[in-house]
Design a protein around this ligand. Structure first.
Ligand code: DOR
Ligand code: ZN
Length: 350
């Protein structure tokens, strides 16, 4: 990697946690990701979740059809995941492994977030699938929050660490696990202390913001995501983990588009849209930490190594060049408000 003050060149990065949606919404956003990343782990939480290999095959075809037809984005590769339910069978897991295009299964606690009603209601119900995943070497991707009534929304991840995460580790010690979009010191610590088969993704927004961002002069729905932004001490712990050089931590944007009217709503949807400027936002966070030299491994090496995929060839270059983020994007028949809409970013992908 070549680091100078005003320009960084990285091996082509991948996004290890992404929401692409479907139909006109998919068509509206896939170009942003394809312009920046070679590959992405695509989340399966469609309105009708992607629970089988057959559904994942069809969804993959729709993503490929929606990719840019020319330019760098034309070779963007979606890496598919299945949505784990109480009823996912060992046979489906074996078929996922055999498919070659399904790379992981995603655990959502039922009711935790967008389109999670079909999620796991009790971990034991997923044991046959988890045993098959451990056997076949398919990673489990964890949405790490408990949804038990009575648990404070800011404590949902910390409680998950000591309950569901601990249970998964105890029963399936060889299972490869990605603790997705970690938001707390406790999650960073438990991943750091675990063996090499446990890793975590970290979003750009959790590196850049603490929970004050949601309440800056009024309610700011475009900073509302799940797991929700936490206190400054947690943001600092995430920055320390991401810039540590540890192979356990890698880039996953959790870019999660929702139409403007459903974000700016009496009961607004969770999700920050960051695909339009993902690498720029990560560069800002690493730059602020004085750790631009750690960005390439985080963005381009650690995830591929964990997923046992080849690292990409080719490079991308970020330049220090202020530019203004558009106020909104077209999103099918609706509009989409990106993170930092109308504001300036210091870095720009060349
Ligand atoms: O903020 C979020 N948005 N968190 C999630 O876990 C899901 C995502 C979405 O799909 O909108
Ligand atoms: Zn997500």
């Amino acid at each position: 990697m070549n680091t100078s003050i005003d320009s960084i060149t990285l091996v082509h990065p991948d996004d290890w946690h992404l929401h692409l949606r479907d139909g006109a919404h998919l068509a509206a956003v896939v170009g942003h990701t394809a312009a920046q990343f070679a590959r992405a782990i695509v989340m399966p939480n469609l309105k009708s979740p992607v629970t089988t290999v057959a559904l994942a095959r069809d969804y993959r075809e729709r993503i490929l059809a929606a990719r840019p037809k020319a330019g760098a984005g034309a070779t963007f590769e979606p890496l598919m995941t299945l949505y784990l339910t109480d009823n996912t069978s060992a046979a489906e897991v074996a078929a996922a492994k055999a498919s070659g295009f399904v790379h992981a299964l995603k655990y959502y606690p039922a009711g935790a977030t967008t389109n999670s009603d079909a999620g796991v209601t009790q971990l034991e119900r997923a044991f046959p699938a988890l045993a098959a995943m451990e056997k076949h070497g398919l990673p489990l991707l964890l949405h790490g929050e408990v949804t038990t009534p009575g648990v404070d929304v800011f404590d949902r991840e910390r409680v998950f660490v000591d309950s569901v995460f601990a249970e998964v580790r105890r029963h399936f010690p060889a299972l490869r696990v990605v603790f997705e979009h970690i938001t707390t010191r406790e999650a960073a610590q438990v991943v750091t202390e675990a063996p090499a088969n446990v890793a975590a993704t970290i979003t750009a927004h959790h590196l850049l913001y603490n929970r004050n961002a949601i309440f800056q002069g009024g309610v700011r729905p475009h900073y509302y995501c799940l797991p929700v932004l936490k206190r400054e001490e947690h943001r600092r712990a995430l920055v320390a983990a991401a810039t540590s050089g540890s192979a356990k931590f890698f880039l996953g944007t959790d870019s999660a588009p929702h139409p403007r009217h459903l974000k700016e709503h009496a009961c607004g949807c969770a999700g920050c849209y960051t695909a339009h400027a993902a690498l720029e936002l990560y560069a800002e966070a690493f730059d602020a930490a004085g750790a631009l030299d750690k960005l390439e491994a985080f963005a381009s090496f650690h995830g591929a190594d964990f997923y046992r995929l080849q690292r990409n060839t080719g490079t991308v270059t970020l330049q220090r060049m202020p530019w203004q983020v558009p106020a909104e994007f077209t999103f099918g028949s609706e509009t989409l408000v990106p993170l930092r809409a109308g504001e300036s970013l210091a870095w720009k992908l060349a």
